[in-house]
Design a protein around this ligand. Structure first.
Ligand code: DAH
Length: 339
C-alpha cells in the first residue's frame, strides 16, 4: 500500500508540474482527488484493509492527499500570477502617448440660420409647424393651384414615389394642410427639407431646405406682407437693409412678388457679392390666391392672407458668405467649425 501511495503521489506531482495553465491544473486535481480520482479510489478500498492497519494507512492516505493539495494550491497561485502578468503586459498603457481629444461638434450653418429665422418670426407671434417630406401630389401641387400641365410636375423636376405621392418639391403644401384644419386666424412658419431632381452644383442640390410662411386673418393686405418681410430682412441682415418687391408669378398667390434686399456687403453700391447690382434676391411671396383659400375650405370674402417661401441654404450662404452650396453638405469639420 505504501508503495502504491508513493507512486500516486509521484504521478500527481509530475502531472501538476507539467500543467501549463489553470485548466490543465484542474484536470490534474480531478484525476487524483476527484470523485473518480485515483486517491479517492484508494480511500474507497479502505473497507478491505485489515482493521488494525486502518489507522496507519488512513494517515498515509491523508498525508498524500494533503501534500498533493498543497502543491496544487502553490501551483495554482503561480499560474494565476503568471496569467496576470501576461495580461498586464498585453494591456500595457503608454502614458506618454498623446491623449485622444474629445471633440464636441456644433450647430450646422443651416441650423443656425433656421433658428435665427424661427427666432424672428416667433418674436412676431408665429407658430412653427412641421409637415411631411413625403407628400401627396394633391397637396404639393393641386391644392396650390398648380395644374397638371405645369412644368414643375414634370418627372424631370420631381421625384415621384408613385402617381399620387411625391417627395415634396416645396414647403408650400404645409400651407394647404394648415388651412384645411380650419383653425383661424393662422400665423405660422414651416421649415423643412424639400427635393428636386436637380444636378449638384455650386447653387443646386437635389435636397435642400425652405421655410414657408403663412398668415390668414380678416383684413390682411399687401401692406401687412410688406411690413412683415421688411422687418424680417432688417432683423436678419441689419437695420440699414432696404427691400425691393418685384412683381412675379406663383400659381398659389395673386399678386405675387420676389423680394430683394440691398446688398449687405456693399450697402447697395454694387460689388462682387451682389454681382454688381446692389440687390440680392432672398424670397418669393404673395397674397394667397382666393381659389387656394376656397380649395382649403376658407371663405375668401371673409378672410385674406399672405404667404412667403425662403430658401434656407440661400440665407446661410449669404449670411456666412459661403460661395459654394456643396460645402454645406460635405460636413467637413474643418469647414463647419468656422461658424
Ligand atoms: N414654393 C415656392 C418655390 O418653391 C416659394 C414660394 C413663393 C412660397 C411664393 C410661397 C410664396 O409661399 O407665396 O419656389
Amino acid at each position: 500500500m505504501k508503495e502504491k501511495l508513493q507512486a500516486i503521489r509521484e504521478q500527481a506531482m509530475q502531472r501538476i508540474s507539467q500543467a501549463d495553465g489553470l485548466e490543465k491544473l484542474n484536470e490534474a486535481r480531478v484525476a487524483f482527488l476527484g470523485k473518480k480520482g485515483e486517491l479517492t479510489a484508494v480511500l474507497k478500498g479502505m473497507k478491505d484493509v485489515d482493521p488494525k492497519d486502518r489507522p496507519a494507512i488512513g494517515q498515509m492516505v491523508n498525508e498524500t492527499r494533503e501534500s498533493i493539495e498543497r502543491v496544487l494550491e502553490e501551483t495554482k497561485k503561480k499560474l494565476e500570477a503568471k496569467a496576470r502578468e501576461m495580461q498586464l503586459e498585453r494591456e500595457v498603457i503608454d502614458v506618454t502617448l498623446p491623449a485622444k481629444k474629445n471633440s464636441v461638434g456644433h450647430r450646422h450653418p443651416n441650423t443656425i440660420a433656421q433658428e435665427e429665422v424661427e427666432r424672428i418670426f416667433i418674436g412676431m407671434g408665429y407658430e412653427v409647424i412641421e409637415g411631411p417630406e413625403i407628400e401627396y401630389d394633391e397637396y404639393n401641387f393641386e391644392k396650390l393651384n398648380i395644374p397638371a400641365n405645369h412644368p414643375a410636375k414634370d418627372e424631370q423636376d420631381t421625384f415621384y414615389v408613385n402617381k399620387e405621392i411625391v417627395l415634396r418639391t416645396q414647403t408650400s403644401p404645409v400651407q394647404a394642410r394648415v388651412m384645411e384644419q380650419g383653425k383661424l386666424p393662422i400665423r405660422m412658419i414651416s421649415p423643412g427639407r424639400v427635393f428636386r431632381s436637380d444636378e449638384v452644383d455650386a447653387t443646386h442640390s437635389p435636397s435642400f431646405h425652405q421655410i414657408e410662411g403663412l398668415v390668414i386673418d380678416k383684413n390682411i393686405t399687401f401692406a401687412d406682407l410688406k411690413g412683415t418681410l421688411e422687418e424680417f430682412a432688417k432683423e436678419l441682415f441689419g437695420e440699414e437693409t432696404r427691400t425691393k418687391f418685384r412683381p412675379h408669378h406663383f400659381p398659389f398667390t395673386e399678386p405675387s412678388a420676389e423680394v430683394d434686399v440691398s446688398c449687405f456687403k456693399c450697402g447697395g453700391k454694387g460689388c462682387r457679392f451682389c454681382k454688381g447690382s446692389g440687390w440680392i434676391e432672398i424670397l418669393g411671396c404673395g397674397m394667397v390666391h382666393p381659389h387656394v383659400l376656397e380649395m382649403c375650405g376658407i371663405d375668401p370674402q371673409e378672410y385674406t392672407g399672405f404667404a412667403f417661401g425662403v430658401g434656407l441654404e440661400r440665407i446661410a450662404l449669404l449670411k456666412y458668405e459661403i460661395d459654394d452650396m456643396r460645402l454645406l453638405y460635405e460636413n467637413d469639420y474643418r469647414f463647419l467649425k468656422q461658424f
